[in-house]
Design a protein around this ligand. Structure first.
Ligand code: COA
Ligand code: MG
Length: 291
């Protein structure tokens, strides 16, 4: 699968936002049937999402659907309603562990068979930290399903679930519980060898803060980020590009090794660099040549 740098949430019942979403450059849209849709409008949203999927043959932009949690009876109805539209993938909220992914995998196999879609086509990304118990089972996802394409995390539902009144500290950073969830998600995705996708930034008018968030996410190892507003898409893409200073430094590391004639460790500006640094430098240079 192509790396999804940006995944833009679009409320599934908003004609205006669905139309606008198509014109954005988001790598993927997530047509939402869960938290951004009221229960009364869910039947309509299911129809609108299926119509959108059917009317928009996939080009550059992948189209995913966020269904309701598997614990609810809504989830199967959501899936049955949208699978005729052949979504690229399903975003699974409030996932508890790999068993949820396996269950969804089976549901998808049944529905793919019904729709004449090749088995295994529809991918899965769980939101893996929205319920407290999920934090203790993050290692379970590795190898759970061939459909597992990434993992992401959420701070809003987790805060609600633990009875917090805020998930931020006074200086605007995530409180420790949510930083822990973020790091655990990153490690779990890496362990499962799938894309780690950072959570959304809620202050969609604050572009400077978003740019900082994306930079930190990339430096930490995330390769994608959730978005909630079209204006967030391009800053996210820019943030997943290495900066000129980073590229210069990476090239200097590569050059230092080239000149060291087989040495395993060299010095650069008075600091030791060895094999892990060389691997990081090569990966960074490769990332820059991709776009
Ligand atoms: N997808 C597509 N279009 C969107 C959009 C989105 N997520 N968010 C905003 N837009 C559109 C608006 O409809 C508006 O269109 P227009 O120029 O044709 O009028 C334009 O972008 C500018 O929007 P703006 O006025 O800045 O914001 P808003 O008040 O309309 O919407 C939110 C703000 C937060 C309600 C909206 O961004 C949103 O619904 N985000 C997604 C929410 C969601 O899915 N949450 C679930 C995941 S946590
Ligand atoms: Mg939620």
């Amino acid at each position: 699968m192509k790396t999804l740098r940006s995944m833009l949430f679009v409320p599934g019942d908003s004609e205006k936002k669905l139309a606008k979403a198509f014109s954005t450059q988001a790598d993927a849209l997530i047509l939402d049937l869960e938290d951004s849709v009221s229960p009364e409008r869910l039947p309509l949203a299911r129809q609108m999402v299926c119509a959108y999927l059917s009317d928009h043959p996939r080009g550059q932009q992948a189209v995913w659907v966020r269904i309701n949690p598997l614990l609810t009876e809504l989830a199967l109805h959501d899936l049955a309603a949208v699978m005729p539209g052949r979504p690229d993938g399903i975003l699974l909220p409030k996932s508890l562990n790999a068993q949820d992914v396996v269950k969804l995998d089976h549901f998808l196999s049944a529905l793919e068979t019904r729709e004449g879609i090749a088995l295994g086509t529809t991918l899965i990304i769980p939101i893996a930290t929205e319920v407290p118990g999920a934090l203790f089972e993050l290692n379970s996802y590795a190898g759970a399903s061939h459909r597992l394409a990434g993992m992401t995390w959420g701070a809003e539902d987790l805060a609600t679930a633990v009875g917090a009144s805020s998930n931020k500290t006074d200086n605007g950073e995530f409180d420790f519980t949510y930083q822990l969830a973020r790091s655990m998600c990153l490690l779990a995705a890496s362990h499962a060898q799938v894309q780690a996708i950072d959570t959304l930034s809620v202050d969609f008018r604050d572009e400077a803060a978003l740019r900082k968030d994306v930079l930190r996410a990339r430096q930490a190892g995330f390769t994608g980020k959730l978005a909630i507003h079209p204006d967030q898409v391009l800053p996210i893409h820019a943030g997943f590009q290495p900066t000129p200073a980073e590229l210069t430094h990476a090239q200097r590391i590569v050059d230092a090794f080239a000149q060291a004639q087989g040495a395993g460790a060299v010095q650069l500006d008075g600091r030791m660099v060895d094999k892990p640094h060389l691997t990081q430098a090569l990966r960074l240079l490769q990332l820059a040549t991709k776009d």
